[in-house]
Write a protein that binds this ligand. Structure first.
Ligand code: KIV
Length: 273
């Protein structure tokens, strides 16, 4: 592993993401769901932008990620892609668009790539979705895996608690990660698993691991943009670091605007034609 300076990248590709792991350079990832935020996240230097199905929660206000549709994901993804000139844009295949039918999985992935202009897709699960993954890969579409807490299976888990604490589940996760590496995925998200397991997985596979609530040993980190910016205040898991209080800043700005309109101080002469 080297600790040399980050390379100057014009467009991040899956190959560059792999090279970063080899070089020992951590990979920074965030979600985005629209044009304005996509542009800000890209300009700030994030290497990978995920148009996550967490849009179902943070953009649409649903309790889970299950309701969001393929059409809605494509709308969000196309908006982000129009803003991004450097980062690799990865799009979640939504619930119901790839499980149990690899032909449908391929059709869904192709729609995302054609209609949004994104660079890769992500889907949740291991062995159960291997056939879908290999079919998508056979069409030349890069695939990112997602193991551990997979929110599309929330009704199977029954809770958003840490996964794979027990040996049996940890071994399955390790086997699944090895399978994702072997079939040709370019990276894998590890969500809410013990830090020691993240270390073991990251050292056992060649492709980069991207952690969320998975400790410091992942090859990269990802957070949901609205959570780390403090827009979505109710969500307070232990793994989340807040980098801003945008809820407070936006609230105060809007309250000031309301007050200025009521007091007739907005608009003034300079703000009028
Ligand atoms: O949908 C999403 O935002 C995700 C990340 C939490 C990894 O899958």
């Amino acid at each position: 592993m080297s600790t040399s300076k980050p390379i100057d990248i014009k467009r991040v590709t899956t190959h560059i993401i792999q090279e970063m792991k080899t070089r020992g350079e951590k990979i920074s990832c965030l979600t985005a769901y629209d044009y304005s935020m996509g542009g800000i996240v890209d300009a700030a230097g994030v290497e990978l932008i995920l148009v996550g199905d967490s849009a179902s929660n943070v953009m649409a206000g649903h309790e889970t990620t299950l309701p969001i549709t393929l059409d809605q994901m494509i709308y969000h993804a196309a908006s982000v892609v129009r803003a991004v000139s450097r980062a690799l844009v990865v799009v979640d295949l939504p619930f119901g668009s790839y499980q149990g039918n690899s032909e449908e999985a391929l059709r869904s992935a192709i729609r995302i790539m054609k209609e949004s202009g994104a660079h890769a897709v992500k889907l949740e699960g291991g062995l159960e979705v291997k056939e879908s993954i290999t079919r998508i890969l056979s069409a030349g579409v890069p695939v990112m895996g997602h193991l551990g807490l997979t929110p599309q299976s929330i009704y199977k888990f029954g809770t958003y608690t840490v996964r794979a604490r027990e040996d049996e589940e940890a071994q399955k996760l390790l086997d699944d990660a090895r399978m994702l590496d072997e079939v040709g995925c370019f990276a894998v998200v590890l969500e809410k698993i013990p830090s020691t397991l993240t270390k073991q997985v990251s050292e056992s596979i060649a492709i980069p691991t991207i952690g969320i609530g998975a400790g410091p040993h992942a090859d990269g980190q990802i957070l949901v943009l609205h959570d780390m910016l403090g827009i979505n205040k109710e969500f307070k898991p232990r793994f989340l670091r807040r980098y801003a209080d945008l809820d407070g800043i936006m609230h105060d700005a809007i309250a000031q605007y309301v007050s200025d309109v009521k007091s007739k101080s907005f608009p003034n002469e300079k703000e009028s034609y």
